[in-house]
Design a protein around this ligand. Structure first.
Ligand SMILES: *Cc1c(COP(=O)(O)O)cnc(C)c1O
Length: 404
């Protein structure tokens, strides 16, 4: 493993939200494995089940007091799939028993070109087909184009289709762009669609007071995806699904199995296997609980704030070298292209990677342009690491010019 992997936990890995795991997170993983708590049923792990319920409520309510319910997932992809299933269950009473084919009209979901591709898989898994996940174009700020969304919905209705879900992204994976949630929420309300907010990494803004305004409109969502294994730096995998709907997870996932402990009517003793995709499952919440217990909300806010400031520093330094930052985001991810056409993003990124001194990547903007992408994803990354990265980018750019 030392030799054969990208060392994502390194402070000069400016990559894809693979954090250095917190020490308490590692302890939590080990403890979860030692006790091997079974979280399918409350009776087998009441402490674990209630700890997770507590965390769902505590973290969910940082987004809005409505988000009292939900579940832990393996990651954002499973949380997004959960959203598709909940939306189908809520919008189509016949879906649970008779499936997609029983519906009068094709169910249609909407997400922008900035959305995460786990939505494509979700569309495939639930049986609605990837064609019917409509990809809405973005505006010049790389955010969902609201008038295009409205047009697509009305065209789909004219065809007799059944729009049921729209996904807005808070913190696009490549660019950190926050979509106009208020406007998407208004369309969702007018059209009767389930609104899911994919905040897998951008949701960290809910925990930093001065970033909370960027989440305006999230309070109107039906459900949210948030990944503690990204900006909360717990070891993989830890995702969360929050919803304001008290009953929907039960309606989506409850089954009766005679070999399982009898269902308790007490809400507090709800069995997780009746409220989530997974059945036998590890104690995901422990690493989150222990990390939070030691760092505190304040500790997390401070670290995340510092990551945001480091990205500002990186932006500034790149701009001094005539790189143009092209992603307007308050979050710690920087996408840039060079003013000098002779400097190829592709080759600069390759040179930086090959130097072994830092890791950055290439991303595509919703309009298809290739950009250099550097993300402050590690809580240990400091000013020296940012300077070292800038030095590598500068070296690589100079070599481009001398070989050009
Ligand atoms: C990372 C990410 C996902 C997928 O989450 P996993 O934890 O990798 O399954 C979904 N949506 C967004 C916006 C992401 O950044």
């Amino acid at each position: 493993m030392r030799q054969w992997q990208t060392h994502t936990a390194h402070s000069r890995y400016f990559g894809l939200f693979n954090p250095a795991p917190t020490t308490m997170g590692i302890a939590g993983e080990a403890l979860a494995a030692i006790f091997n708590t079974q979280l399918a049923a409350w009776s087998h792990g009441p402490f674990a089940v209630q700890t997770e319920r507590y965390l769902v409520r505590e973290l969910g309510q940082r987004f809005d007091s409505r988000f009292m319910y939900g579940c832990f997932t393996s990651g954002g992809a499973e949380a997004n799939l959960t959203a598709f299933i909940c939306a189908l269950v809520r919008r189509f009473p016949g879906y649970r028993a008779k499936g997609i084919r029983s519906l009068e009209g094709q169910p249609i979901a909407y997400a922008s070109t900035a959305s995460h591709h786990s939505l494509v898989k979700a569309a495939r898994i639930v049986g609605m087909g990837t064609e019917f996940l409509r990809i809405v174009p973005c505006d010049s700020a790389h955010r969902m184009d609201i008038s295009a969304l409205k047009t697509m919905i009305s065209e789909d209705r004219r065809f007799g289709h059944r729009p049921f879900l729209v996904v807005a992204t808070v913190g696009a994976t490549a660019t950190g762009i926050v979509e106009p949630i208020e406007s998407v929420a208004q369309v969702a309300q007018d059209e009767g669609l389930w609104l899911h907010v994919d905040a897998a990494w951008g949701g960290f803004a809910a925990f930093v007071p001065e970033l909370r305004p960027y989440l305006a409109g999230v309070s109107r969502a039906d459900s949210i995806t948030f990944d503690p294994h990204k900006m909360f730096s717990v070891p993989m995998g830890a995702g969360m699904f929050f919803t304001a709907d008290h009953d929907v997870l039960g309606e989506a996932f409850a089954v009766v199995a005679d070999y399982m402990p009898a269902r308790d009517s007490d809400d507090e003793r709800e069995d997780p296997f009746t409220h989530s995709i997974q059945w036998s499952r590890r104690f995901i919440g422990l690493k989150v609980l222990l990390s939070l217990a030691v760092a505190g909300w304040e500790g997390y806010a401070n670290v995340l704030r510092r990551q945001v400031l480091l990205a500002d520093e990186l932006r500034q330094k790149l701009e001094n070298l005539r790189w143009r930052v092209v992603n307007p985001t308050p979050f710690p991810v920087v996408c840039a292209i060079h003013d000098d056409q002779r400097i190829s993003v592709q080759r600069v990124v390759e040179r930086v990677q090959q130097s072994g001194n830092a890791w950055i990547s290439i991303a595509s903007l919703p309009d298809g342009a290739s950009v250099l992408r550097a993300c402050i994803t590690n809580y240990r990354t400091n000013e020296d690491d940012v300077l070292a990265l800038v030095r590598e980018i500068q070296l690589a750019s100079e070599r481009e010019l001398t070989t050009a």
